[in-house]
Design a binder for this molecule. Structure first.
Ligand SMILES: CCCCCCCC/C=C/CC(=O)SCCNC(=O)CCNC(=O)[C@H](O)C(C)(C)COP(=O)(O)OP(=O)(O)OC[C@H]1O[C@@H](n2cnc3c(N)ncnc32)[C@H](O)[C@@H]1OP(=O)(O)O
Length: 241
């Protein structure tokens, strides 16, 4: 991923990600992809806050549809998808990595990962929640979501948000080793098993997709939510100076 400075998931960047995924899926010489970041120290800062602040309802609906699409397409991809997480990964950045089949995180105490939505005064929707529950179990997900926990590497491994923590200079090579192991499995059997495990979760969003967009638009248009998001963005900007 290369969307400096922080790989935020803007509408444009989400669209590029989806086009890239589609190209790779349509090229039958590819069987797996490794998602990693070109922004030093940042895997992805999550959803782009400027797409959710001070815009009109039509824009929010279009943006949310793209976020849903990103989740559905990566979560259900027939390719083996591995996250080589070489930086901090809050909220939507964590969600993207949770769509992958395996997560390798660099062992750097700054590289926290988690769904921290409540800290911004917003609520992770049910499909973010379902993805986390499927990964770390109900009790750990409940605690992590309510408290907006961002786990440093050792904690992330202990709770199961990531599958492996390795020295920073070994993230890419480890991801490639893991990829080789996954590609050793007969592809049709692995793909069908992935679908078996994930389709019920994806189906829930597919059947409630429009309602989910309407909920998001209603929620994000609230004055109180806009104020929280503006304040959070301001805090990020003031941090610099
Ligand atoms: C009923 C249904 C309800 C549904 C509700 C909605 C649910 C939506 C869920 C949201 C999920 C999300 O993903 S929200 C985004 C969460 N992300 C974060 O909290 C991360 C915020 N960013 C940071 O903490 C830091 O920027 C960083 C640790 C990622 C990097 O720190 P660093 O010091 O290296 O960089 P800066 O902080 O100076 O940032 C540089 C530059 O980027 C801008 N920025 C940062 N993050 C975002 C972002 N997520 N979106 C847009 N822009 C971002 C930051 O403001 C700086 O901008 P300027 O250079 O202009 O100052």
């Amino acid at each position: 991923m290369r969307n400096p400075p922080v790989n935020s998931l803007s509408l444009e960047f989400l669209t590029e990600l989806l086009i890239s995924l589609e190209k790779l899926e349509n090229d039958k010489t590819f069987h797996g992809i490794i998602i990693t970041s070109d922004c030093p120290g940042i895997f992805s800062a999550g959803l782009d806050l400027t797409e959710m602040c001070g815009r009109d309802p039509e824009h929010y609906a279009e943006y949310w549809k793209a976020v849903q699409e990103m989740w559905l397409r990566f979560y259900l991809s027939n390719l083996v998808v591995i996250a080589a997480i070489n930086g901090v990964s809050p909220a939507g950045g964590c969600l993207l990595s949770l769509t992958c089949d395996y997560r390798v995180l660099a062992n750097n105490p700054k590289y926290a990962i988690g769904l921290n939505e409540t800290l911004l005064g917003i609520v992770a929707p049910f499909w973010f929640k379902d993805t986390l529950v499927n990964t770390i179990g109900h009790r750990s997900a409940e605690r992590a979501l309510q408290l907006g926990l961002l786990f440093p590497p050792a904690e992330a491994l202990r709770v199961g948000v990531v599958d492996q923590v390795v020295p920073e200079d070994q993230v890419q090579s480890t991801a490639r080793l893991v990829m080789a192991q996954w590609l050793d499995i007969p592809d049709h059997a692995r793909q069908l098993t992935k679908t078996l495990m994930r389709k019920p979760t994806a189906d829930r969003l597919l059947t409630e997709r429009d309602a989910d967009i309407q909920n998001f638009v209603r929620f994000i248009c609230k004055d109180s939510i806009q104020k929280s998001l503006h304040a959070y963005l301001e805090k990020l900007k003031q941090k610099k100076g």
